[in-house]
Design a protein around this ligand. Structure first.
Ligand SMILES: CC(C)(COP(=O)(O)OP(=O)(O)OC[C@H]1O[C@@H](n2cnc3c(N)ncnc32)[C@H](O)[C@@H]1OP(=O)(O)O)[C@@H](O)C(=O)NCCC(=O)NCCS
Length: 381
């Protein structure tokens, strides 16, 4: 039995990938024809003796890590037909897709795992989530909004780009949105969107479906503390006839730091996994401050070009990466990916015994290069 993996072309392979996705995700025979892949979106197909059994799509994103921009493959819709499962196709498929994403030019990959251990075997590390906050209406923070509030139509979403970009540069793992991504994020039935401030310092979007129900706040973003407090005030004013509000925040939640109250539930939602695909290129895209250097090794069983020892040094001008005869910190690729994204930090990874540190100074240096940072992906895919 042979198992091969390749990029699926459109429209030639559309029926094959649709067959896999529709039987796996809808448990039905294919109906509507598939739309072509979006800009920078790729589909991949795995074939057992030439018959398609496995498929996935990869969204091409530019993801922020603080001020650094990273080309990222967001893996979605991984699926093996039921009758072909548990033969190792899923794992084999992921190994080849990692290589194909790297060849395409992505330096990292991210995904929402159905189960983290499955993707950990392909070198992904769990880092980051969204807090899902469910707050009874009478427990909403008592904040004020002293700025103008304006409703924004679906066709005007671009006006939110500046505040969104400032927001996501405060952490790691979210995509810089293009106009097409704004449309996709809003879906086919755009919600009510409110922009706060002039210039805009915050926004929120909501769906209100009933009286005395839950108000689902789909997304909030803010670039100033008063912008956040204004969001809370606007949400509260929407909810005079509602029971609860649900919204989401990155792990470094302002709600948790500034407004938490008993009776409010916060749960980890949509945790993400990340994987560095190209150690050398990914490091060169970081924007560290000051200067420093250390050596490290990476154990990568899927991508041989990452495996082995490296030295990295940096100044304000940029990052230099070379092969090295030694590595003072030993990472698995999963732990390296977590440190690279910013959470858990290298210090936490060392405390948990997840990396081996042979020289304490290298840990200090690594913490400077991989500045600890909250990780959160705001895209749905
Ligand atoms: C997740 C999915 C893609 C895995 O596909 P698969 O081809 O069965 O993957 P693999 O065969 O590589 O691995 C599946 C399991 O079979 C086991 N396995 C692999 N070869 C095996 C063999 N020869 N004998 C017995 N078990 C085997 C693997 O160890 C793995 O075990 P685990 O469940 O403990 O992790 C498939 O189950 C699926 O389509 N699920 C529904 C959609 C979904 O949830 N997708 C994920 C979206 S993030």
């Amino acid at each position: 039995m042979s198992f091969t993996v390749r990029e699926a072309s459109f429209p030639a392979d559309a029926d094959a990938v649709q067959k896999v996705w529709s039987w796996v995700y809808s448990l039905v025979a294919p109906s509507e024809p598939l739309d072509p892949p979006a800009d920078r979106e790729k589909w991949y197909v795995g074939l057992e003796d030439g018959t398609p059994t496995t498929a996935c799509k990869v969204h091409g994103y530019t993801v922020a890590r603080g001020e650094a921009d990273l080309s990222c493959g967001g893996v979605a819709a991984v699926a093996t037909l039921s009758e072909h499962r548990k033969k190792g196709h899923g794992q084999r498929f992921m190994v080849d897709v990692l290589q194909l994403m790297r060849e395409y030019g992505h330096v990292i990959s991210s995904l929402y795992a159905f189960r983290d251990p499955f993707y950990a075997r392909s070198g992904y590390g769990t880092c980051g989530w969204r807090w899902k906050i469910v707050c009874p209406a009478h427990r909403m923070p008592k904040t004020e909004c002293a700025m103008p509030v304006k409703q924004v139509m679906a066709s005007e979403m671009d006006c939110l780009t500046t505040v969104h970009t400032k927001f996501i540069r405060g952490f790691s793992g979210s995509a810089l949105r293009t106009p097409a991504m704004w449309q996709r994020r809003m879906g086919t039935k755009p919600p009510l969107v409110y922009a706060i401030g002039d210039p805009i310092e915050a926004y929120l979007w909501v769906r209100i479906t009933e009286f005395w129900g839950n108000v689902d706040v789909g997304e909030i973003a803010w670039s100033t503390p008063r912008g956040y407090d204004a969001i809370m005030s606007v949400i509260a004013s929407i909810g005079h006839n509602q029971k609860t509000f649900t919204w989401m925040e990155p792990p470094h939640s302002r709600y948790l730091a500034a407004h938490f109250d008993q009776g409010v539930e916060m749960s980890i939602y949509r945790q993400t996994m990340h994987r560095v695909l190209d150690v050398e290129k990914a490091l060169k895209q970081l924007k560290p401050k000051g200067e420093g250097a250390f050596t490290f090794s990476v154990r990568d069983e899927q991508i041989a070009d990452n495996d082995g020892a490296w030295s990295v040094s940096w100044t304000d001008q940029g990052v230099d990466v070379q092969r090295s005869p030694r590595g003072d910190i030993a990472f698995s690729i999963g732990a390296f990916s977590q440190a690279f994204m910013g959470a858990p930090s290298v210090t936490e990874l060392a405390q948990h015994g997840l990396i081996e540190v042979r020289d304490p100074l290298s840990l200090e240096m690594a913490e400077k290069l991989f500045t600890p940072m909250s990780v959160c992906c705001m895209e749905f895919f």
